[in-house]
Write a protein that binds this ligand. Sequence first.
Ligand code: B12
Length: 451
Amino acid sequence: MRVLLVQAFTALDLELVYPIGLAYLAAHLPASHVVEIFDVNLHRDLPDPYRPLADKLRAFRPDVVGISLRNIKVATPGVHADDFEPQQRTVQLIRREAPQARIVAGGTAFSLYAEIFMRKLPELDVGLWGEGEDRFPQLLEALDAPWTVPGVWYRKDGAPTYTGAPPPVDFAGLRHYRKDLVPFQPYLDSSFVSVGLQTKRGCALHCIHCSDTYLLGNAVRRRDPADIVDEMELLYHQHGVRQMFFCDQIFNIPVQHAIDICRTIVDRGLEMRWSAWFNEKANTLPDELLGWLKRAGCGLLSFSPDHVDDRMLRNLDKNFRYKDLVYTYQAAKRFDLDVEYSFFLNAPGEDWRSLGNLLKFIAEARLHCGSNFRLFTLLMMQPIRIYPHSRLHELAVETGLVDKDADLIEGQFWNPGGLQYAVAGIQATAQGLYRARRRYKQLTRQGPATV
Ligand code: B12
């Protein structure tokens, strides 16, 4: 079977993202299939960004096109935008240029909004919810009987129908993702987070807004540190990757796993620079781990505390409190690591006082850490996107903020009441400050454009 795996548009004005989901799928297909991966984002700056995909479909003549819908309408107001329309155009183009092919959808955005995608995109033959390594090969064998495969959306008498939740994949037992199907260079040129690697899947935390536990579960499934570092070595030696991002939900839970990965990197003498998302609770960032992070090439602690105020942290069901957050920037300073945060504005329970506490925290962290504090934080302050299948969504329905039947695909945010005007002002000021600082750094040639 000829299988073309297509990564649909990700956020149009953000970094490129190496399609590791598709590269994992490709690694788990039987050798009898002819497989290629095509990332439409590599052509997004062309006057007609759809043209290369059309050419590819005509030349490759796939039997199956697997389209990865990773993001949808991820618009962070004022920062970047993407939309349903480019995804729809891409799917329609595939249908037109490869009329013989079955179109199978998957990816995180598809999984979050599966039924809606199936309704809005009649060109999709089937869709696969969640992780695909074990079930995509099964589905290819069962395209005429998709109801035999768990976690599949298909059409029964024209109506989108789901076969029911699949079990999670045995993550530790997976093969490495294929690295020969998409060149790394454009991604390396794009940003320091564009090439990714996963050490675990799933998240033990319960933050009310997050949809990752719906997608991957609360059980943390880990890989063997030796296998992870083998893969980093491959990236380094065979593909010229010197900088990467760990695509885990949280890197430092469990702490010992994180330490073991760092220790293995150091033991092997691998000089990779990397970053990841970290949990803020002080006991998940002991000095032992911080020391290993520093030695193993981690340059940036990226935190998503969402707020700083204890009352708000309780509302968001975070596992840490204000004192832990102060610890995070003190720890970053002590170990000379860069640090950045992302915050929600006007989350459930927000008032002027909590908003003030948040801004005060940012000022104090910057003063404490100096240039170790990345001003990128200023761009990462936004109202919460309401994701389906999250507790925030239930709350939004209960409080009447969104209609229970709203499809949420257009991106709805928790941003009620008068504070939304303060939010708009804070965002505009923060973005202005960020851009001014960036411009200043460029003009005075003080370093790279990241501030
Ligand atoms: C790591 C990560 C990042 C990293 C990526 C680094 C890198 N180099 O890869 C960075 C920091 C860059 C990032 C940025 C953003 N991200 Co992000 N990210 C993630 C995260 C946590 C993991 C993604 C990943 O690498 N997974 C590992 C691979 C192996 O899994 P996968 O891609 O899902 O593929 C599997 C399945 O989905 C399926 N599959 C995938 N494609 C297909 C296709 C077919 C045909 C089939 C059958 C199956 C299938 O099989 C694969 C193997 O199991 C996800 C959350 C999550 N739960 O996945 C969010 C997530 C994808 N990100 C999200 C968002 C919103 C963003 C940002 C917009 C955030 C921001 N405001 O800046 C940006 C957008 C970036 C861009 N350029 O578009 C959302 C997207 C949801 C949406 N609204 O559409 C997610 C789902 C998080 C969430 N729940 O909100 N992100």
